[in-house]
Design a protein around this ligand. Structure first.
Ligand code: SF4
Length: 74
């Protein structure tokens, strides 16, 4: 499966479902962005302030598998 890209206003997030360990760090850390009951399940649109974008970077940084990655805007 290819890595998917989810767009946000400050930063994008990419996700590779093949390496996700389903540890749940993301959904626990930032449920307003990561919600497996929604489509798309990752919605970095919700991280629309510099503070929320920093929180998103921190939560993605705790992803133990590397499935989630921050993609900064150019
Ligand atoms: S934190 Fe990473 S490994 Fe854990 S569920 Fe989320 S994407 Fe998957």
């Amino acid at each position: 499966m290819a890595r998917k890209l989810y767009h946000g206003p400050i930063t994008d997030v990419s996700f590779d479902g093949e390496v996700c360990q389903h540890a749940g760090e993301c959904v626990r850390g930032m449920p307003e962005v990561f919600d497996v009951h929604k489509r798309p399940w990752a919605n970095p649109e919700a991280a629309d302030t510099p503070e929320l974008a920093d929180k998103l970077r921190a939560v993605v940084g705790r992803c133990p598998s590397g499935a989630l990655e921050i993609v900064e805007h150019a």
